[in-house]
Ligand binder design. Structure first.
Ligand SMILES: Nc1ncnc2c1ncn2[C@@H]1O[C@H](COP(=O)(O)OP(=O)(O)OP(=O)(O)O)[C@@H](O)[C@H]1O
Ligand SMILES: [Mg+2]
Length: 363
């Protein structure tokens, strides 16, 4: 392209789409990459040169101009078989989408989005969402875990990945439109296991919460890339959480199990697991220690243990999607002594607007 203002515009749009552009200096260089480039963008003068050089027809040739496009540009478009004439700035969203499509290798299947929310505060929604992400890569699927809780401490804490390099929500400069999944994979904390990849977009301890359009753009990027997209939603649904909820293929509501006895204290933290290797690493990375959330003191005599990991002997939160009767094995056992972590008696119904200090472990 020779039109400098148009070139600047196109470079910005390409950056927004996560697309690398190669600017070729003359028609000789254009000829050499004509057949191999994923897409070609020309202005009026370079389109005229291509027409004169009688380059063979190919897909994904776009002519750009300021609005309105001159008549001669439409004639050039017909001559070289361009797919579209794009009048900027009106056609900017279309060009961003086209460049994002060119960047993302099309997935064989569209991914699915799962929204996870708690039926009450501290029900275990974030832990369940994190477990879904880990299960996805254990079973060989790509997964994108999105933290949609603006008041939460950050999903990276749940996974013990708070020291992982990569962007968090406050670092993301996303506007309405599209984002390339490949850009997310590069910018966000990502771990792999075999061919499967888990990408995490976590909140931070401070900073701006995600805008609804940004949540939608990230969710759709993961879905377009064929990934399992898991959204951890807050108990009180704001606009961002609703953006995820309305796009979800499945919504799971996590509620605490109430079997008449308290669960035993958990034994080990959920960690960013050791069997998950960083990209480009041949050996498994040691697990990062999870930062335990603040919690009330242990009852006298109970073993000191970090929070987060489910105890195999404790009742698990049930979900609306998988609700089952209480396991038979629980009934013959005598009730455990009262625990401050998971009260055996149901607490009073919570007000969705009340401050979030009604976790079971703080009751
Ligand atoms: N299966 C489980 N067994 C025992 N404890 C659990 C289980 N799942 C979660 N917990 C514990 O319950 C507490 C709350 O979990 P979590 O943060 O996932 O809930 P939440 O529904 O996301 O809460 P919030 O309303 O703050 O978003 C944590 O201390 C966690 O370790
Ligand atoms: Mg949560």
């Amino acid at each position: 392209m020779e039109h400098e203002d148009l070139l600047d515009d196109v470079l910005k749009l390409a950056a927004a789409a996560g697309c690398d552009l190669e600017c070729v200096p003359d028609i000789a260089a254009t000829r050499s990459s004509w057949a191999t480039a994923t897409a070609v963008i020309l202005d009026a003068s370079t389109a005229a040169q291509c027409a004169q050089a009688a380059l063979p027809r190919r897909d994904a040739v776009f002519l750009v101009s300021t609005d309105p496009a001159p008549r001669t540009l439409w004639e050039r478009a017909v001559e070289i078989g361009a797919e579209r004439v794009l009048e900027l700035p009106g056609a900017e969203p279309w060009l961003v989408n086209a460049l994002a499509d060119a960047t993302d290798a099309p997935a064989l299947t569209t991914g699915r989005a799962v929204a996870v929310l708690g039926g009450r505060g501290g029900a275990g929604a974030s832990v369940f969402a994190a477990a879904l992400g880990l299960t996805a890569i254990r079973t060989g699927q790509h997964a994108l875990l999105i933290d949609c809780d603006p008041l939460g401490g950050g999903l990276d804490l749940v996974l013990g990945a708070e020291l992982e390099q990569g962007l968090r929500w406050p670092d993301m400069q996303l506007r309405a439109g599209r984002v390339a999944a490949s850009s997310l994979h590069e910018a966000l904390p990502t771990r792999t296991r075999g061919n499967a990849r888990l990408t995490l977009l976590s909140g931070a301890r401070q900073g701006a919460s995600p805008a609804p359009d940004a949540v939608a753009a990230v969710l759709e990027a993961g879905r377009r890339a064929g990934e399992t997209v898991i959204c951890d939603l807050p108990r009180t649904l704001g606009p961002s959480a609703q953006a995820a909820l309305t796009r979800a293929d499945l919504t799971v509501v996590v509620v605490p199990a109430r079997y008449g006895r308290a669960p035993r204290p958990v034994s080990s933290p959920i960690t960013w697991p050791s069997w998950v290797s960083p990209p480009n690493s041949s050996s498994a990375a040691p697990p990062l220690a999870a930062s335990p959330r603040p919690r009330s003191p242990e009852p006298p005599g109970s073993p000191s243990s970090p929070p987060c990991a489910p105890n195999p002997t404790s009742p698990k939160p049930s979900t609306a999607a998988t609700s089952r009767p209480a396991p038979k094995a629980l009934s013959p056992k005598p009730p455990a002594p009262p625990s401050p972590h998971w009260p055996p008696t149901p607490p009073a119904p919570s007000d969705p607007n009340e401050p979030r200090h009604d976790r079971p472990d703080q009751a």
